[in-house]
Design a protein around this ligand. Sequence first.
Ligand SMILES: Cc1cc2nc3c(=O)[nH]c(=O)nc-3n(C[C@H](O)[C@H](O)[C@H](O)COP(=O)(O)OP(=O)(O)OC[C@H]3O[C@@H](n4cnc5c(N)ncnc54)[C@H](O)[C@@H]3O)c2cc1C
Length: 241
Amino acid sequence: MERTMIKKYESKIVKYEHMNNSVIKITLMLEEDLNFKAGQYITIVFTNPDGERISRMYSIASSTKDKRSLDLCIKLIENGSASNIIKNLKLGNDIFFVGPAGKFVLTEESKEKDIFFISSGTGITPFISMFHELIDTGYKNTLTFINGFRDENDILFTKEISSLRKNDINLKLLNILSRPLNQNIIYKGHVQDFLSTIILKRQLQNSHFYICGLKDMIDSVSLKLKELGVKDEQIFLEEYD
Ligand SMILES: Cc1cc2nc3c(=O)[nH]c(=O)nc-3n(C[C@H](O)[C@H](O)[C@H](O)COP(=O)(O)OP(=O)(O)OC[C@H]3O[C@@H](n4cnc5c(N)ncnc54)[C@H](O)[C@@H]3O)c2cc1C
């Protein structure tokens, strides 16, 4: 596999927007190119008000073609050390990071198969970058997004996915809501509850499953997939906690 080099970068915040009540999207502008693979993350080094340094990892949402502009999608955790700093960031602030890093990237073999992107909350972030890659490399099989959110207002990347979907790609998009405002929706619950109905029998043996988010969700989804007959080598994981 081609290697990317980890090094230090300086950047500036050029966009800061709320995606929902607790998630923000930050766009960083760099003065030099960042070569990364779709699915990789950067590690931001923050300095808190006491002068202590804290490092946190964030997946890149943008296309690998944008080498000087990175989109991050960050959940602001109540009383989270980095979250407390991030919520006070402003346009023009400097951000220092190291990267890119991570092995959660699409394999060449995956691109020949049906792919499932399974996430909860901001775990959807690396899949947006991977989605760009699949479009850019002429992916011809079926891509299924299975995303878990709390309610309709929490759904992330709707605009990005619908604009990318205009490309010639066979995409299925399923948002599973744990506490929907509309009680009549079909997909009410957690992502693992619907795997057996969403994944077709023939897809179980021959697809690749990429899962990203918090450990509890990843464990439940992996367990369910294995109960359905999916093998370890078909599953790729990125844990956020
Ligand atoms: C490889 C990798 C990539 C990551 N990419 C992202 C990303 O793209 N977006 C993002 O929001 N976070 C991402 N994270 C998590 C991120 O690095 C921080 O752990 C998170 O933002 C909390 O930091 P904090 O200092 O604010 O909270 P802390 O003071 O460190 O508190 C940590 C608490 O937050 C919980 N937590 C961590 N991440 C999340 C989350 N996403 N949603 C809900 N609860 C969470 C943990 O379970 C823990 O209880 C990633 C983590 C890893 C390891």
